[in-house]
Design a protein around this ligand. Structure first.
Ligand code: ZN
Length: 187
């Protein structure tokens, strides 16, 4: 168990493509240790998702897990997603099921102190392996789909700042807090 340093934007590792985990390695101690470190690091930083490259490991492993936190106080959780739903996704694959998008003010532990408005497809089909080597195939939407897409992007070296709808809709949290609101998004 170890809290790892989370790499910040500018570090070239964050811009590389991560490698698939070979199936026969999913249940290895190496992956178990990696996932443990990822959870420790994510929780210490107060995040709701983390991708392995953010702690310097170029493997296609992401974790998501959330509950209402100070970082995301406004998010309303539906019954099913209330409380903690921590999950590990190995070799995730995404298929977009709609052109309809939803927008969120996203943040990233690798871009600390900042937020930006990003729109992403609302509904996705998601396939991934869990730590027991079991293949999941499910359809998710809404906030969970946004979090997964954000983390998935990290595996391809993409950061949310690459997807900003408008660079005017990007800035420091502390500045948005001063004016007590995020800039109005014109749709
Ligand atoms: Zn991120």
């Amino acid at each position: 168990m170890a809290i790892k340093n989370i790499l910040k934007i500018g570090n070239p590792i964050l811009r590389q493509r991560s490698e698939e985990v070979p199936l026969n390695e999913i249940r290895s101690k190496e992956i178990k240790d990696l996932v443990k470190d990822m959870f420790d690091s994510m929780k210490a930083a107060g995040g709701i998702g983390l991708a392995a490259p953010q702690i310097g490991v170029l493997k296609r492993v992401i974790i998501v897990g959330y509950e209402p936190t100070d970082r995301y106080p406004d998010i309303k959780f539906d019954k099913e997603h209330e409380g903690v739903k921590y999950r590990v996704m190995i070799n995730p694959e995404i298929e977009y099921l709609t052109e309809e998008t939803i927008g969120f003010w996203e943040g990233c532990l690798s871009v600390p102190g900042m937020r930006g408005y990003v729109e992403r497809p609302k509904k996705i089909r998601l396939k991934f392996y869990d730590m027991e080597e079991e293949l999941h195939d499910e359809i998710i939407e809404g906030f969970e789909a946004i979090v997964v897409q954000h983390e998935y992007d990290h595996l391809d070296g993409i950061l949310y700042v690459d997807r900003l709808k408008d660079t005017k809709l990007f800035g420091f949290d502390e500045e948005f807090e001063k004016i007590k609101q995020y800039p109005v998004v014109e749709v």
